[in-house]
Design a protein around this ligand. Structure first.
Ligand code: HXC
Length: 510
């Protein structure tokens, strides 16, 4: 017995070495942890149970039958994060660059299947060069199997991708079908084809960082939702994120103990909105002041900053926050902001996460750049996402809610459940100046007259009461009591049940 146990230990020790000490050292020298080190930091101590550590590839081309490494470039299994079950796979770059063979794919699909069947989130840690070139179509087929499960899992369990090295091919397409992608600055890259192929095909000279670094994907392409300084920070932030997310689409949001009283009044909010309607203020200040313990996990913090999205809690229960940001482009809705927020709203709706929408929006951004870029369709995405959402929806208009953007931002008309406004709210088709100049064009050369028209329009429409008179605003609330009012509204909506008409699926304007 002793000898077989010793042999098991030996085999395990060898498998744990992956591609060997030299490659592990090279990985460390590049500032990257190994797959197993990453899993250790991600999961609760001692909770990780590994599957398939002895699996080897069965490739025979290009002399591959002579190079077999137990585990075959991916570490898979399950464990807990703050006590809740999570499935995980982490690509091992030290083994064939983490590339995917048929056997490697089977390891991944095994944990994907388990996660789907047992309704728990799955986290993929990517550090790999895509399909294993030596395996040809077997590797491509393997990716197809992984992609199919990504799609079947979508909207059923949260799928999170963490990009922690140079990733190409299937190792970017699979993440692209998951809910969130996080990267590590300076050591992670995502591209369909790397710089060498780019040079050959298009004659473009580009570095990996310029082609697909964290900066590109968090600020330009919006492929990645956030980037972190190093592996450790990224992994610890994933633990924090998981605390906000439900296990699946039927479990409901997690409930964490909170010491922050629901009736905490904050008088500084009474003066948050400046007297001058054209002066900006920081919407994030409002978010941090009203949510539990000021704990806000922002999604896409570096992209389309004119809208803020992220997770927070009221009374210990997760909500999704969508908020216009007057500090950036006056909080206007453009194509990027609409796409960003629409995707976030749909994630929340998939997973029964209530939506809290904070509105200060002067409208949609005019101009050829926006129109040529498809503003109509992108704006429609956000409108569609809010309108189809059946989760509890609480909306607060702090200042401007002009034009179509008023409708879009979770208004009563698209099934907002509780719609509040601060006394500073201005709900109108457009700002007073623009309105007066269109309605009274013939008086434009008389400044006194036009000013009187502006003042008249302001008095009539630049307030929340016209909407409140019609019941489109349920109540005009005091800013200082915002936390209490939102928390009470969310409580009241806790058992909300609405079903949309049966359909195979909708046809959101993609
Ligand atoms: C087999 C691979 C590999 C791959 C890397 N390696 N990618 N082996 N198949 N796809 C091996 C290398 O040969 C090397 O082995 C080791 O991994 C480390 O790779 P390096 O190139 O030395 O590392 P680095 O310079 O950091 O570059 C990493 C990389 C680059 C950017 C990922 O290796 C690369 O461009 N790889 C190919 C990417 C690619 O085109 N993949 C196929 C995509 S098609 P040794 O033994 O020398 O250490 C695809 C289809 C899916 O995925 C379908 C999509 C819809």
């Amino acid at each position: 017995m002793k000898t077989v146990i010793e042999e098991l230990e030996q085999r395990r020790a060898q498998a744990r070495l992956g591609g060997g000490q030299v490659r592990i050292d090279a990985q460390h020298a590049k500032g990257r942890l190994t797959a197993r080190e990453r899993i250790e930091l991600l999961m609760d101590e001692g909770s990780f149970e590994e599957f398939d550590m002895f699996v080897e590839h069965r490739g025979t081309e290009f002399g591959m039958e002579k190079t077999k490494i137990p585990g075959d470039g991916v570490v898979t299994g399950w464990g807990t994060i703050n006590g809740r079950i999570v499935y995980v796979f982490a690509k091992d770059f030290t083994v064939f660059g983490g590339s995917l063979s048929e056997a490697h794919a089977k390891k991944m699909t095994k944990v994907q299947d388990l996660a789907i069947r047992n309704r728990a989130p799955i986290i993929g840690v990517f550090d790999a060069g895509g399909a294993r070139i030596q395996e040809g179509v077997d590797a491509l087929g393997g990716y197809g199997e992984v992609f199919t499960r990504n799609v079947l899992a979508s909207g059923v369990i949260p799928q999170i991708s963490l990009i922690m090295g140079p990733c190409a091919g299937g190792d970017v397409y699979s993440p692209a079908m998951t809910d969130f992608i996080f990267m590590v600055k300076d050591t992670s890259y995502m591209f369909v084809t790397g710089p060498d192929v780019v040079k050959t095909v298009t004659n473009e000279t580009v570095t990996a960082e310029e082609l697909g670094g964290a900066k590109v994907h968090t600020t330009k392409s919006s492929i990645a939702d956030r980037a972190y300084e190093n592996d450790v920070e990224a992994l610890l932030q994933m633990r924090r994120l998981m605390d906000f997310l439900p296990a699946n689409n039927e479990s409901g949001v997690p409930e964490l103990p909170s010491d922050d009283p629901e009736d905490r009044i904050d008088h500084s909010l009474d003066t948050l909105v400046p007297d001058n309607p054209n002066k900006p203020y920081d919407m994030k200040e409002l978010i941090l002041k009203i949510v539990d313990e000021g704990d806000f996990f922002e999604i896409q913090d570096q992209f389309a900053k004119n809208i803020v999205t992220g997770f927070a809690r009221f009374e210990g229960r997760t909500v999704g926050i969508v908020a216009n940001q007057p500090m950036v482009l006056a909080g206007v809705l453009d194509s990027d902001a609409s796409r960003k927020a629409a995707r976030f709203v749909r994630f929340c709706d998939c997973f029964d996460i209530p939506l809290v929408t904070l509105v200060d929006v002067p409208g949609f951004l005019p101009g050829t750049a926006q129109e040529y870029g498809g503003l109509i369709k992108h704006g429609a995405k956000l409108l569609f996402a809010f309108a189809e959402a059946t989760v509890p929806k609480v909306t607060l208009i702090t200042r401007k809610a002009y034009g179509g953007a008023y409708d879009v931002m979770s208004s009563k008309h698209i099934r907002g459940d509780v719609n509040y406004a601060w006394p500073t709210a201005e709900i109108a088709v457009m700002g007073a100046k623009g309105a007066a100049e269109i309605l009274y064009r013939s008086e434009l050369n008389d400044p006194a007259k036009i000013q009187a028209r502006i003042d008249e329009y302001k008095k009539r429409f630049a307030n929340p009461f016209v909407a409140a008179e019609r019941g489109y605003i349920d109540e005009v609330i005091e800013p200082s009591a915002t936390r209490l009012r939102i928390a009470r509204a969310l409580n009241m909506l806790r058992n909300k049940h609405v079903e949309n008409p049966w359909k195979k699926h909708d046809n959101i304007p993609l």
